[in-house]
Design a protein around this ligand. Sequence first.
Ligand SMILES: Nc1ncnc2c1ncn2[C@@H]1O[C@H](COP(=O)(O)OP(=O)(O)OP(=O)(O)O)[C@@H](O)[C@H]1O
Length: 618
Amino acid sequence: MNQTNNTYKRQQPAPPQIAGRGPGAHMRGIQPPPIENPSKTIKKLWQYLKPYKKTLITVFAAVTISTILGLIAPLYLKKAIDTITTIKTTGSMHSVLTAIITMASLYLISALLTWIQISGSIKAAQGALYNIREKSFRKLHRLPIPYLDRTPHGDIMSRFTNDVDTLTTAFTQTLTQLFSNILMLTGSIIMMLLLSPILTLLTMIIIPLAILATKIIATTSRKQFRRQQETIGKLNSIVEESAGGLREIKAFGKERELLDNFIKTNNNYADAAFKAMFVSSILPPIMNAINGLSFAIIATAGGYLAIKGILTVGIVAAFLTYSRQFSRPINEIANQFTMIQSAIAGAERIFQLQEETEEKEKQNALTKFSAEGKLKLSKVNFSYIPEKKVLTDIDLTAEAGEKIAIVGPTGAGKTTIVNLLMRFYTPQEGKIELDSTDIENITRAALRKNIGMVLQDTYLFSGTIADNIRYAKPNADMDQVIRAAKLAEADSFIRHLPDGYNTQLTDSGASLSQGQRQLITIARAILADPAILILDEATSNVDTRTETHIQKALKTLLKGRTSLVIAHRLGTIRDADKICVIENGRIIEQGSHEELMQKQGAYYRLYQNHYKKQEQAI
Ligand SMILES: Nc1ncnc2c1ncn2[C@@H]1O[C@H](COP(=O)(O)OP(=O)(O)OP(=O)(O)O)[C@@H](O)[C@H]1O
């Protein structure tokens, strides 16, 4: 079976790549990803935040008031200092104390408001993100298989993790900080201008200097950060492959090669990370120096103006406080804008997933269908991608209860027929009927209730063995589960496990043998009791005893059902009512083993080259 594109046989999703994005990426000099339609995305985000409108109004009111208080406080400092410098009476001392107490109270209230702001934004953000996550997850199950086939699993995962994380940071911190910083910047400039236009002009000198320093350092560090991100991506994939493919790596003796590759990439990463961090770590001290320089210039000029009697000492002190309040937001605003951009881009990716076209059903499609099991494919033509035809003019009939073996080389289109039967994909031409009803007129859910699948790469879910057996019939009681397991020849091995039917499975049942996993899926199918069964016969060898169990269990399972077997074993093929030989997407021969052998065509050749050996081996 084709390993790469089998829809019903998907590999476990790859974990998301941590590299590249996520909160904090902006701090590392990463350019925000492009956003297609920011205003539309913001509107959609607002729909999630709307239920928290009152909380958000409180948050922004708290930010505004606390910023204004922060802007007023230095005026009391001015008052206190000016009173001290011109102190004459005890009455003046009293007003100094009042000014200091008022200033302290303002800062205290400001702190309280900050707490209201933080708790409010966390409440709104977590509520909105809870809904975003839930809606996205619900959507995931309504996405058409073709979408899931063409979208890397890691990409979908990163929408749930990285993108949601970026949004969380933006909602809980950045948005309010940005708002407060813009207010603080504007307010400080106004206050500075009111206190002293000359000193304000001197303060502005630092702006071009700060911008220049940031630009030079950011450009240099960005290159290194990008290299760091690329190498961490490589490093992650080596680790991921090593963990996932450890068996193969060991079997092929590739440990040394992989270790060498890891060491090389690790060195590369360490080098890039060192350079990136080293360059970017220069920025804070440089900014401190620039700020310090500005402080010194203002203090000197302010001192001079105070001595000359043009300004009071209080004004100079208050001005110095404002100039500090002014330079801090300058350094932060650019970063915060980048973070918001990243968050909007993340939201856009989440909404893209939420808005992906869903599988649609016809208006009058049957929501309940209990099939006898007659299957008919007429003139079915199909391609996954327009330029490559996969199935051509497929005509195939299976009467209820018949066993059809599908044989053919790899890539011939056997799995594709199953994908169409399950309505994972829709044929471009032709018709598939179940009991003379076009399957397009039956909802997917109703159709799939009639079809069971036993695949060679069994997917077992985390949970107990019993849960896995009752997967298709959740309300089955323990007796039914055990009866199914007995019929599937699985009961005895399950009972030998320490926790029996309550054994917890993880990692798709990695603690069980392949044969045991298959027996569990057979039990699952027996319990589900579908009219039609699709069996993808295992090509890999299991031990003879398990194989005997599997064959016996399959016999029980297939009895009385229409079955479509992608067959590899001569025994199964010979037993079939009809054999379909498929090559290059066409059925080139159909008939029983005897008929096809007599014909001496494709099946005969296949038999001579392949199955005869199996016969001789027995
Ligand atoms: N999701 C997909 N998108 C595009 N092409 C696909 C997809 N799935 C399968 N194909 C292509 O369709 C062709 C038929 O594949 P299919 O899986 O049906 O073959 P198969 O007979 O089941 O092979 P095997 O025995 O190896 O599983 C192959 O060329 C394959 O590459």
